[in-house]
Design a protein around this ligand. Structure first.
Ligand SMILES: O=C1O[C@H](COP(=O)(O)O)[C@@H](O)[C@H](O)[C@H]1O
Length: 260
């Protein structure tokens, strides 16, 4: 049965130090799950996160992480071709996944053809179908959360937009309330591109470990959103609704945490 965890946070003086900690956190969980059950299910997001994961590509992690045991997913994806610079898949492939030895069949991307056609509804439907197959294959266990069951990932690496969005759940948009689906879609995202698919909130919150990494590039909005979440628990901001089954950890750089 789903529980809720206490929100934890660590603040780092710089992005670089945050990246070092992010690599350590991910590598430790990878080792733990590979030892306990023989594989590790990890969910990526887009945005700055892929850049901050770069320390995993350096010693000691590049050699010590059991990459062949990773199964990789996306918490959200932009509905565009794999070659489009907006694609979260392309971002992760170019910047990270192509540099480590994860078997291709363990990398679960959005459907190539529906993505290139801009068909968000079918992309969401097929991604959910893919997750359901993996449940049947015992790669993903189910977690009861509220009145439904959802797939449970070991670790999700999340990012927050300055407006407080996480995945492609945006403030004031209805997708945050969807509970009867695992994957949903949006066709009018306020952040371009407009068509995206996204895990629903209960799927996000069913993960064992959720790590939210936020670095601010000197916008005023990002530290304000962080303060709204940590000081006022303002649930109108989607990221304030984050929880996890074992640990909900926020890694912030000093700039993002400047109003705390
Ligand atoms: O559009 C998106 O934005 C969020 C946050 O990205 P960032 O550029 O502010 O780091 C990201 O987590 C999500 O995956 C992506 O599709």
């Amino acid at each position: 049965m789903a529980g809720t965890t206490q929100r934890k946070r660590e603040v780092f003086p710089s992005k670089d130090e945050l990246s070092v900690a992010l690599a350590k956190y991910t590598a430790n969980l990878s080792a733990k799950f590979c030892k306990e059950k023989g594989f590790f299910t990890v969910v990526l997001s887009g945005g700055g996160l892929i850049d901050w994961l770069c320390k995993l590509l350096e010693p000691p992690y590049i050699d010590s992480v059991e990459w062949s045991k990773w199964h990789v997913f996306w918490v959200d994806e932009r509905v565009c071709s794999y070659e489009d610079p907006d694609s979260n898949y392309k971002l992760a492939m170019d910047g990270f996944l192509s540099k480590v030895g994860i078997p291709n069949e363990n990398i679960y991307a959005i459907d190539k053809h529906y993505a290139a056609d801009g068909d968000a509804e079918n992309c969401a439907m097929l991604y959910e179908e893919c997750l359901r197959k993996l449940v049947k294959q015992n790669i993903l266990p189910l977690c009861t959360y509220g009145k439904y069951q959802y797939p449970q990932f070991d670790l999700q690496l999340l990012g927050m937009g300055p407006d407080g969005h996480m995945a492609s759940l945006f403030p004031g948009h209805p997708q945050i309330h969807v509970i009867d689906k695992w994957v949903t879609y949006i066709t009018d995202s306020p952040k371009p591109p407009p068509k995206r698919i996204t895990f629903t909130l209960p799927v996000i919150n069913s993960a064992l470990y959720n790590l939210m990494a936020v670095c601010d590039d000197h916008t005023e909005q990002c530290p304000r959103s962080i303060a709204e979440i940590f000081k006022h628990n303002n649930l109108a901001l989607p990221a304030a609704n984050l929880t996890a089954q074992v640990e909900e950890m926020w890694y912030l750089d000093q700039a993002a945490a400047s109003l705390l």
